[in-house]
Design a protein around this ligand. Sequence first.
Ligand code: TRP
Ligand code: SF4
Length: 398
Amino acid sequence: MFQERVLSGMRPTGALHLGHYHGVLKNWVSLQSEYPCLFFVADWHALTTHYDDPSIIESSTHEMVIDWLASGIDPSQATIFVQSQVTEHAELFLLLAMSTPLGWLERVPTYKEQIEKLKEKDLGTYGFLGYPLLQAADILIYRAQHVPVGEDQVPHLEMTREVARRFNYLYGREPDFEAKAQEAVKKLGSKMARQYNELRTRFQEQGEEEALEQAHALLDESRNLALADRERLFGYLEGSRKIILAEPQALLTKESRMPGLDGQKMSKSYGNTIGMREDPESITKKIRTMPTDPARVRKTDPGNPDKCPVWALHQIYSNNETCMWVQDSCRNAKIGCLECKQPVIDAVIKEQLPILERAQIYMDDPTLVRNIIADGSEQARKMAQETMRDVREVMGLG
Ligand code: TRP
Ligand code: SF4
């Protein structure tokens, strides 16, 4: 109903690795040319778990934005910003907190899981309980429709939708809603108004989802409506409330399970990562010391690539021909493992060349990154303020 927007965030937790690059950043890069995109550093979210060690937050933020830029996120296409620079997020978080049942937060699966997993930290805090609600505020404040995230974030998106629905239910009521909605229908012009009414009837009387979709498309086309009228007309299709906050959808990043050096998913907590900006010697060393199929003690022992984490990397980095060469040479003991690893080493190093080159520009001049963040935060703030104006008004704070 609002302008189509993509939004996603990442906590600043240190240098990014190839798992982030293949799993998240490449996806962001392709999205930025399809939609208006907002990408932000969730530094407040990092503080919910690292409140006792804020020293890393600033440098991690800076390095992480360099990693984003180096992988091709383009500040002239996407808005790059830092959460704490747009303090409106905190205001919406506070206002949403008024009506969010505690049970919703306690029931989010990541809540108990993380408390269990990070036992060395005391996460029995108010801030950590509020993590998903802060995330909901991040999303709803931009009325973003699409939120690219991994599987683990799906419960947060579900909660965000519930929060939006509850908000619209509580605050979308207007005493003269019906009359105002009908006024707004007229403003569509006679032809569109007729179509709108027909589609609304089809949805309300026959429950035709298709009619609802068509009506949404029709409203999307009608660019000359005031925001309040758009809210009414979207809400009027389905009931008797305005839609003030839009319900977002997860844009599931297809499970690009970037394998780590040990064959498990690449993750900092497993210590099996290759950095996005790592020097060639270190990359070479890490891959040369990777474990392989234990059956291959000697070069003459045949192996099975399915039991080898190097094969998992070949599947990402090697073309068909090389993959066939690996299969044949491994199973028939034609090569040693070091020989098999070399094409992977070469490919990883080659992949990083343009990344390093782009990163260098930003490493040489830190003010570039600071300016990108300042500009992006400024743009984001403008969008956030628009939503907050509506939110304040319906909550009696206008
Ligand atoms: N919780 C997300 C993560 O850990 C980070 C995040 C914070 C986020 N706010 C967001 C992601 C809003 C998407 C949208 O990955
Ligand atoms: Fe793994 Fe290649 Fe060695 Fe086979 S030859 S075990 S695929 S490294």
